[in-house]
Design a protein around this ligand. Structure first.
Ligand SMILES: [Zn+2]
Length: 457
């Protein structure tokens, strides 16, 4: 997801650039103007600066520019090592103190280690009177959580400006998050270990953290028993005290992981849970924190067992069913019937997230799609039994790569579409037919009938 987002940004910039250029040259595009077009691109300072942006080849250039970039790269590597070593003095040495005081402190006390930096964009060099500045140097930074698994490196994309004054070493003058800021950049992050989790939280959450730890462990035990599954702890849990720090959209919590998929199969790493405490506390239901924890922990157990092309309604329906989050009330009464009629299972199967397609404001749409996902899983379990649901899941997990590879689009083609759309649609139709003897449409109708009947009684 993050990767796609970044690619889109680059594409958008390139598109903007070229459309701007054509606006300058509306006279037509004859064959003999191609050379002129290229020379204009090269000679236009603004255009060439944009084009030069991501050229890492500058690092091997034998020129003042190449020297500057190589030195700056070294400075960034030292800076990353200083963060990993939790050495505030050393972090400070590589950052301009003005504007950076807070972030120096936050990075130096961050509960992370093994910080590595890899340049992804060289940025642009500007020089003036004894000062040189490298703007917009982009890098991917990978780090490990203290106490986390050795194999798990969490990546983030950051952008830097570096400054060199009168023969002094290069220093970071600006540090900017390009994708989501992480908890440790937002304030002093405290860390606590429990049996199966690593909790990272803001000082503001100190009064609640004991209870959160206790409930998380309890949910982990309970769901593990229900699903008869073994996890692969420890899992990080990031506790955000304020919605303004939260990056998870209209959600109270998220469970994330990274899929690696190839012909041999798939594996999941970098799993973690994030909690939006402000939203959780505003909920008027008594045990919403515990229900939410159970929901996310179902996902924690699910991810390694379920490939990324399992339909989202099945993932979410299971998470709700096993956490006891009965949302069938959404379809009660005549308003409920209207909401039910708006549901289109084919569209749900073809989407990456719930609340993505179709109708209404996003909150309502999302709510009814979650509710219908719950009803789907409940119907399958109550009509066919738990075993049949397991069989369905097993079919997804044991699908061979050769069966799906023809339907997996390359990144370029998928753009902001759901990458697994074709695979998910095809497999879901096939497996529903196989295990329940009906098409997706037929199953949808059965579930809707069941909801309508419950409404009449
Ligand atoms: Zn969920």
């Amino acid at each position: 997801m993050k990767k796609t987002g970044r690619m889109l940004l680059v594409l958008a910039a390139a598109f903007f650039l070229f459309s701007g250029f054509f606006a300058l040259d509306k006279g037509g595009f004859q064959a003999d103007s191609l050379a002129e077009w290229i020379s204009q691109v090269k000679n236009n300072k603004w255009i060439s600066s944009v084009l030069a942006d991501d050229r890492l080849s500058v690092l091997s250039e034998k020129s003042a520019r190449g020297d500057a970039h190589r030195e700056a790269k070294k400075a960034l590597e030292q800076w990353a090592a200083a963060i990993g070593g939790r050495n505030e003095r050393a972090v400070e040495q590589w950052m301009e103190p003005e504007n950076n005081k807070q972030i120096i402190r936050r990075l130096a006390v961050a509960p992370i280690s093994h910080v590595k930096i890899k340049l992804t964009g060289a940025g642009n060099l500007e020089t003036a009177q004894g000062e040189a500045i490298l703007k917009n140097v982009k890098a991917e930074i990978k780090y490990r959580y203290n106490g986390g698994k050795e194999s798990e490196e969490y990546p983030m994309i950051r952008s830097f400006d570096l400054l060199k004054r009168n023969g002094q070493p290069w220093k970071i003058s600006n540090y900017r998050p390009v994708d989501q800021p992480v908890l440790f950049e937002m304030g002093e992050t405290k860390a606590r270990k429990s049996k199966n989790f690593l909790f990272f939280y803001h000082a503001q959450s100190e009064p609640q953290i004991e209870q959160i730890i206790e409930k998380t462990e309890q949910a982990y035990q309970e769901i593990g028993k229900t699903l008869n599954a073994a996890g692969n702890p420890p899992y990080p849990v990031l506790v955000y005290p304020k919605e303004s720090m939260w990056q998870g959209g209209h959600t109270v919590a998220t469970a994330s992981g990274q899929y690696f998929i190839n012909a041999a199969g798939y594996k999941v790493t970098n799993q973690f849970v994030s909690l939006n405490m402000e939203a959780l506390e505003q909920s008027n239901e008594d045990d919403s924190v515990y229900t939410t924890l159970k929901h996310e922990i179902v996902h924690v157990y699910q991810f390694p067992q379920l490939p990324p092309y399992v339909p989202v309604w099945l993932l979410e329906g299971m998470a709700m069913y096993y956490s006891g989050d009965d949302m069938s009330y959404v379809f009660k009464g005549s308003d409920g019937m209207e909401r039910l009629n708006e549901i289109d299972l084919t569209k749900l199967t073809a989407s990456e997230k719930l609340g993505e397609v179709g109708f209404g404001v996003s909150g309502r749409k999302q709510q009814q799609e979650y509710a219908f996902s719950y009803c789907m899983v409940k119907y399958i379990i109550e009509t066919y039994g738990q075993e049949k649901l397991n069989d369905l899941i097993q079919s997804y997990s044991s699908t061979s790569w050769s069966a799906i590879k023809g339907d997996v689009p390359r990144d370029k083609e998928s753009k902001n579409k759901y990458k697994w759309e074709a695979v998910t649609t095809k497999l879901t139709n096939e497996y529903l037919q196989k295990h329940f003897g009906m098409s997706e449409k037929q199953l949808e109708e059965h579930v809707k009938q069941k909801i309508k009947q419950a409404n009449i009684q």
